[in-house]
Ligand binder design. Sequence first.
Ligand code: GLA
Length: 382
Amino acid sequence: MNDREAWVLGQHAFGTSFGGVADGVYAAPGRVNLIGEHTDYQQGLCLPAAIDRHTVVAARRRTDRRVVAYSQAQGCWATSPLGDLRPGPSGWWFNYVAGVCEALRPPWGCDLVVVGDLPVGAGLSSSASLEMAVGTALNDLFGLGINPENLALVGQRAENAFAGVSTGIMDQFACALGREGMALLLDTRTRSTVPIPFDPEPSGLTLLVVDTQVERQLVSGGYQARFEEAQAAARALGVASLRDADPAHLSLDGVLLRRARHICSENERVRLVVAAAGRRAWDEVGQAFYASHQSLRDDYEVSHPALDRVVETAMHCPSVLGARLTGAGFGGAAIVLLRQDAEGDFRQALGAAWRGRLPFRAWRVHPSRGAHRVEVPADGKP
Ligand code: GLA
């Protein structure tokens, strides 16, 4: 959504839940990962892009030390004193809010309402987006002076400590540092980022997100198991992380060999896609998407039959250049790079592939700006 829509939505939701006007409205995007999947917790490379779907937080300072929050999507209130923030039940939306408040320790409490148009549980980083929206709000309301990189690290720590998931830093970096029309080359070893122009639209192409609506759950899913297997593979190879492993000499067997092979080959594909996007060689980008999906399916084993079906359908459509699962996998969403004029045919093919049994949602996404304060529309009117 654009800033005007976010402002109107945020202020309206604030008025109906708390009454009065919010001091500020903040929007944080979701993200897709273009390539570099399950590499960020092994010091690898990834290439996410923030997207034009957002979590919106409208917030107002309080004069006491309580956080009072309302999530419109959950239809649910939550509150806690700032001095007594604790993780709640696994998967609870307020964990992300509380985790960020606990890490940032603002001097006063606040009222905040959470709204937006980013689907939750679709693998588009709704949790990191919420963390970055709340973090940006507190940073601005209380003048904390934290830069976006550090805000991203705060979000990751909040997720690890309050949501109990040992994720990498990709999602929060993408949501905090996204740029219009750009993907973000993130080297998770040095935490350095380079904006990479990624705009297939002038070439008549578009990036489509297909949400299989198979809900993934990081806590109960295999994410933690993959995290530990990757660590075990690095240990067995005697390297600090798989970033240092030599793909030509992976002296491992079975599961650990496959896990290491995925991470090594995926780092290479990130380099390839960055180079290809620079030359607008979209066919090569698409081929790398397919290769990544195959590796995630066979070597890393994080795909799902619904995601495989999307990718197989894409392979049979001549106007599709490439497709792959995006994010952690185990359900959630796929990205598809295709010709703009072929979107209708592809949607039809997807419908036919599932014979209507598995509902899917699909929408175009555009690389967008990271978390920010939404300015009041110049005319002050909706
Ligand atoms: C989730 C995690 C990220 C990353 C991806 C897989 O989105 O939050 O840190 O590991 O999975 O690439």
